[in-house]
Ligand binder design. Structure first.
Ligand code: UAG
Ligand code: ATP
Length: 539
């Protein structure tokens, strides 16, 4: 059941006013155009982006690299001064591997056998050069960027699913995987760096994709990974506490997110728009800075894309929505209030892209879900078990609220916090877990090089004396999951949070194979839970 979006059922004729369809026809690529970037380019073509000395303009480059370890003969190497190290330290290695020229941040006085090209802002130059090198692929695609603290993956997958069901060839870029129109690729990051991103987009163009739903992380925006990408639509899910190790505070986090909306210029590609969450505190600020039409969603009467009613049925909910005055009903098995907002955002995009409402309503119930997000594990146990990716305060709160909505039994949560990441969110997560779960179990997540004792101390700093006593602390994640299953009784809801789809636990620099889903299946098969009373329905 979990996997890439299902192939569309039946062919839909896009409406005459379907923007995507028009673009599709306009942008049909000839074979000659496909893969034009494979041939390389002359350095002179980058003269507006970096300072190319007169004598080097005819020099051919056949690739781009920002990592010396990945350099291939003929590449232009970007020596980025980073947070951890300086790319200049690897210049010699890049030259040894065949780099024919290198871009540096500002002029560098150094004797080298290859030309050094100075850029004022190297990350910006890398983005623009990558877009140029790969033939400006984002201009040939409907680019839908989704940003926000939580829900990016779900919304991007939903958009991709609905557009694909409407026969719009759509690529996907995000945390879980990349779908480039020919194959699924694993993702290293939520948003690839500029060179990988532009190469991926060019591949999508070559594979006949007409639209792309992509997650745009705040890191990517701050580090200019998407510079050179022209978006048609920018979507915000929400902005809550996370990544304050990198962004320092809410304001600078908001500033980074706002880049996606600020850069949605009302010229260039036609029909640009933004989709905003009207209930998020960022709404007034983002709406103000948007220079393109804004479609906002929410449950209040002012929202343009509005959730009017939710009728909960046994295995699904029936949502009544209103889109700019038109009502429609959509069934979904995605659980929780937060997913209703994710659906609103995705529906707003699909509808704005020209997919008819009946087609949207037909597609959403067939959404296969996203691995590791609110993913149920069913092995015949008499209680519900879910693996979820919640790893920040708002997500933890949302998933526990979802469990309250869905079950009348106890909520048992296994959770942890990553090492070497935002320490400020740890006490918030601890407090949410003890205040919203009946049985909170604190365990380890990826530690990297941080001491688990420090992490546990930070998490418990958010708790009162009594709450601390109610907390079960089990550093071994497998044992913590076992404990949760042993304590669960019929009708309870067990949530294993934080790792989602990930297949490893990081200890130091070592990635140890570990899958919450697999461990739950093993433990449930071993009978780590009490036997199922025959009178109870099996899930
Ligand atoms: C904060 C951040 O995002 N940093 C990324 C950034 O690092 P950086 O530019 O500071 O680079 P650096 O590591 O100091 O190295 C400097 C330069 O030397 C180069 N180098 C380095 C070593 C070498 O042997 N040769 C060499 O050429 C590097 O490639 C780099 O160009 O560029 C590096 C190369 O592309 C990335 O590996 C690195 O991602 C780090 C590992 C990372 O973990 N990023 C996470 C936080 C991230 O981006 N997460 C978001 C999602 C967040 C979320 O929503 O959950 C994402 O989009 O995935
Ligand atoms: N709209 C939402 N509001 C609050 N929490 C949400 C929302 N959507 C999803 N979540 C929670 O956040 C978790 C991650 O969801 P998802 O992967 O869709 O978001 P994301 O923004 O891509 O996260 P990340 O950037 O960490 O990959 C889910 O498992 C769920 O617990």
């Amino acid at each position: 059941m979990w996997g890439p979006a299902q192939s569309p059922q039946g062919r839909l004729q896009p409406e005459n006013n379907c923007i995507v369809w028009r673009l599709f026809k306009k942008n049909m690529l000839s074979d000659g155009e496909r893969g034009e970037w494979g041939a390389g380019m002359k350095l002179g073509e980058l003269a507006r982006i970096v300072a190319v000395p007169e004598g080097c303009r005819e020099m051919e480059i056949t690739g781009l690299a920002n990592d010396s370890r990945k350099v291939r003969p003929g590449d232009l190497f970007f020596a980025v001064h980073g947070y951890k190290t300086d790319g200049l330290l690897y210049l010699d290695e890049a030259i040894r591997k065949g780099a024919v020229a290198a871009v540096t941040e500002g002029p560098v006085e150094r004797e080298t056998p290859i030309p050094l090209l100075a850029a004022e802002r190297i990350r910006e130059a890398e983005g623009l050069a990558a877009a140029r090198f790969y033939g400006e692929p984002s201009r040939k695609l409907r680019m839908i960027g989704v940003t926000g603290t939580n829900g990016k993956t779900t919304v991007a997958h939903l958009i991709k699913h609905i557009l694909a069901a409407a026969e719009v060839p759509t690529g996907l870029i995000g945390t879980v995987w990349i779908e480039n129109g020919a194959m699924l690729e694993s993702s290293e990051r939520t948003t690839p760096d500029a060179i990988d991103l532009q190469r991926t987009l060019a591949t999508m163009v070559a594979n006949g994709m007409q639209a792309v739903a992509m997650e745009v992380s705040s890191h990517a925006l701050a580090l200019q990974r998407v510079t050179g990408t022209e978006y048609d639509a920018a979507v915000l899910t929400n902005i809550t506490h996370d990544h304050f190790d990198f962004h320092k505070d809410y304001q600078s986090y908001l500033e980074s997110k706002s880049i996606l909306f600020r850069n949605l210029y009302p010229y260039g590609k036609p029909d640009k728009y933004a989709v905003l969450n009207r209930e998020d505190p960022s709404w007034p600020m983002l709406k103000e800075l948007c220079q393109v039409p804004v479609y906002d969603y929410g449950a209040g009467p002012e929202a343009m894309v509005r959730l009017i009613r939710t009728d909960r049925q046994e295995r699904q909910s029936l949502l009544t929505l209103e889109l700019c005055g038109r009502e429609c009903r959509i069934a979904t098995s995605l659980p929780g209030r937060f997913n209703r907002y994710n659906i609103l955002a995705a529906v707003a995009v699909a509808w704005r892209e020209g997919v008819p409402l009946p087609a949207i309503a037909a597609a959403v119930p067939r959404f296969p879900g996203v691995p590791g997000r609110y993913q149920e594990v069913r092995c015949g146990q008499p209680f519900r078990v879910m693996v979820d990716f919640a790893h920040n305060p708002a997500a933890l709160e949302s998933i526990l609220e979802m469990a309250r909505e869905q079950c009348s039994g106890r909520r048992i949560i296994v959770f942890g916090c990553e090492g070497e990441k935002d320490r400020l969110k740890r006490p918030l997560m601890g407090r949410i877990a003890v205040q919203n779960a009946d049985i909170p179990i604190l365990t380890s997540d990826n530690l990297y090089h941080e001491d688990i004792g420090q992490i546990f101390e930070d998490v418990q700093r958010g708790m009162g004396e009594e709450e601390r006593r109610a907390l079960i602390v089990e550093p071994d994640r497998r044992n913590a999951i076992r404990k949760a299953l042993e304590l669960a009784q019929p009708g309870d809801f067990v949530i294993v949070a934080g790792k989602g789809h990930e297949q490893y636990l990081v200890r130091g620099s070592v990635y140890q194979p570990f899958s919450d889903v697999q461990i739950l299946q093993e433990l449930l098969a071993e009978g780590a839970s009490p036997p199922c009373p025959p009178s109870l329905p099996l899930q």
